[in-house]
Design a binder for this molecule. Structure first.
Ligand code: R5P
Length: 291
């Protein structure tokens, strides 16, 4: 216990040195409170301002899709090479070692599967997210879909509850049925997520992506989408970074790759080191041949 007697005199006030007021490195995040900023600074590298999130939450609507049949064998070894993991609470509890030191983007909405009509979802309990030490709450938002209002209410509720606990929200733009995946639609979907409180938005690449990124006031992370040849996926990631994305949240293009660890390292080279797609692909091939 601190002792009130014999206290050393305080002399180191340095009144001539003004206390520095630092801004926060992440787009649109300067007015957030400390807990939110701290969580975001664990997800986004403060040096590059970017992140490589590893998404393996697909099972919540797709079941054991290719590459995720045995996540203990295919995904757990990848975790150390990512900046953040995005998964369901089921996978987290059952398979992810609690001693790992990566922030968790928790799949926070759930509902219909690919066997019916997607996006009719609800959200989890915020205390559950807190128990699981979530750093980000991922909610599906389906602009232009039959379930648009349902998903928008889920986003609103998540932002409200997350704000109470200092946990930021990731608005995931599900492409509404019959919607074109173009810059006009994705600009609207991303902007609607941000205006309704999402602290980070996840969306797809498209021609004119710079308009999507520029008109979204919070960071955008790129969703990978279906598996592409490695060079094409690296090219897409590189173009998205050049056009204003703050990282990727990639799943199938990593865990369905011939060599997922090599691919994850190549994606990191593009995202954090601005490596060209060709050089990142060469890195991928070199690493693949070594394993
Ligand atoms: C989509 O609903 C999930 O949130 C996935 O995590 C997301 O689509 C990213 O995975 P992929 O890169 O495979 O598209």
């Amino acid at each position: 216990m601190a002792d009130a007697e014999g206290m050393k005199e305080s002399v180191n006030f340095q009144p001539k040195i003004a206390q520095e007021t630092q801004g926060f490195f992440l787009k649109g995040s300067n007015s957030l409170e400390w807990g939110m900023k701290n969580r975001l600074a664990r997800i986004f590298n403060p040096k590059s301002g970017r992140t490589v999130m590893l998404a393996f939450d697909h099972g919540y609507i797709m079941g054991p899709t290719s590459g995720l049949e045995r996540m203990d064998l295919t995904i757990v070894p990848l975790i150390e090479h990512s900046d953040c993991i995005m998964c369901t609470r089921g996978a987290l509890r059952a398979l992810v070692p609690p001693a790992m030191d990566k922030p968790v983007s928790l799949r926070y909405s759930a509902g219909t599967t690919v066997l019916t009509e997607l996006n009719d979802e609800c959200v989890m309990d915020i205390e559950e997210a807190s128990r699981l030490n979530a750093s980000l709450l991922a909610v599906m938002v389906a602009v232009g879909d039959r379930f648009e209002a349902v998903t928008m209410r889920n986003l609103t509720k998540t932002v409200d509850m997350g704000t109470r606990y200092g946990i930021p929200t990731l608005g995931v733009t599900a492409i509404g049925k019959d919607m074109a995946r173009d810059s006009r639609y994705l600009s609207m979907a991303a902007r609607v997520c941000a205006e309704n409180g999402a602290h980070v938005v996840k969306t797809y690449f498209c021609e004119g992506f710079e308009k999507v990124a520029a008109s979204c006031p919070v960071p955008i992370v790129l969703a990978g989408g279906k598996k592409l040849p490695e060079l094409d996926a690296l090219t897409m990631a590189s173009r998205a970074m050049d056009q204003g994305a703050c990282g990727v949240d990639m799943g199938r293009n990593v865990f369905q790759s011939e060599d997922p660890v090599a691919m994850l390292k190549a994606v990191k080279a593009v995202v954090h080191d601005n490596e060209t797609p060709q050089r990142a692909f060469e890195l991928f091939q070199t690493l693949k041949n070594q394993s």
